[in-house]
Design a protein around this ligand. Structure first.
Ligand code: C2E
Ligand code: MG
Ligand code: MG
Ligand code: MG
Length: 291
């Protein structure tokens, strides 16, 4: 039963709501413990050239191996980490780990093996007064050059006032690249591109889903293709790079190629994987080039 969290020591009972509220409260405490116990790790999803399947870049994605629950999805724990503020510490961990790993890959495979790695950043982190300092410290401690990092931000995270805008312009000035993640799902995607110092847009998976299926419905393939086409035309006009997200089959990859997309991410191309597995792929790619 609900107890111990409301004003009078009770959570008001709402039919059907009891479980999620308790689950949330428990997850918050578990996150704190999980951070202290080192249960989080970073996996890496390749960004692939659609022309030849070559690995061009990488996105860092956090994972939580809970000792009892097993793997917990970021979709479940990132919102809780944001509300509790723990995302600041968790984000710092992901940033430091990714910079360290990227510096190791550059040392082993050379400067042309990979472009800048993408690290996801939440709105809450952008509001943290130490954020820019944390980014610079992660770079300095790893030896990764400032212009070797991309921060991925969603439109909603960026749309939050002048403090955030100052932070983003400062990072831009320091050479850190910014990507607009899940692009096209926000409320003001187009106007945002003018004011925000992004150099990359990531076309949201929702425009890739079904892009290959003939259906003729309003909001169906034709509409998604129209958005995908508008995004790449705009990006080209503004000199931005594009990455299409969530490619799950070859027909989608082909359709995106036809529209002019050169870079993609998705289970069809490569899944997120541990660093050691990514290292093996880079080694195989180097052998293929020198063979
Ligand atoms: P995102 O940044 O848009 O990352 C892409 C998500 O799509 C990842 O989910 C990835 O595993 C998944 N994905 C990639 N290809 C495919 C595909 O072909 N099909 C499908 N169905 N999914 C695909 P993941 O790792 O579960 O992360 C979900 C979201 O959680 C991320 O979306 C990002 O917003 C957030 N996130 C993940 N790691 C971090 C982090 O370190 N910090 C912050 N602040 N947010 C993170
Ligand atoms: Mg992302
Ligand atoms: Mg995304
Ligand atoms: Mg997303």
């Amino acid at each position: 039963a609900a107890k111990g969290h409301g004003k009078a020591g009770y959570v008001r009972y709402v039919p059907g709501m009891e479980e999620p509220i308790l689950a949330h409260i428990q997850l918050g405490g578990e996150l704190r413990r999980g951070l202290d116990e080192g249960e989080f790790r970073v996996v890496y999803q390749p960004v692939i050239a659609l022309a030849d399947g070559k690995i061009i870049g990488v996105e860092a994605l956090v994972r939580w191996d809970h000792p009892v629950r097993g793997p917990v999805s970021p979709a479940e724990f990132i919102p809780v980490a944001e509300r509790t503020g723990l995302i600041v510490e968790l984000g710092r961990f992901v940033l430091r780990e990714t910079c360290r790993q990227m510096a190791a890959w550059l040392a082993e495979f050379g400067p042309d093996a990979l472009q800048k790695p993408g690290v996801n950043v939440s709105a809450r982190q952008l509001h943290d007064p130490d954020f820019v300092g944390d980014v610079l410290a992660a770079l300095a401690d790893s030896g990764l050059p400032t212009d070797r990092l991309v921060l991925e931000l969603t439109e909603s995270a960026v749309l939050r006032g002048s403090q955030v805008s100052r932070t983003l312009h400062e990072l831009d000035r320091l050479g850190v690249a910014l990507a607009l993640d899940d692009f096209g799902t926000g409320e003001s995607s187009l106007s945002l591109l003018r004011s925000f110092p992004a150099s990359i847009v990531k076309l949201d998976k929702s425009f890739v889903d079904g892009i290959e299926i003939e259906d003729g419905e309003a909001g169906g393939r034709d509409a998604r293709q129209a958005v995908a086409r508008a995004v790449i035309q705009l990006a080209n006009a503004l000199g931005l790079d594009t990455v299409a997200e969530g490619i799950e089959n070859e027909a989608q990859a082909e359709q995106l190629r036809l529209l002019g997309y050169t870079l993609g991410q998705g289970y069809h191309l490569a899944r997120p994987m541990p660093a050691e597995e990514f290292t093996r792929l880079l080694a195989a790619q180097r052998r293929a080039v020198t063979a």
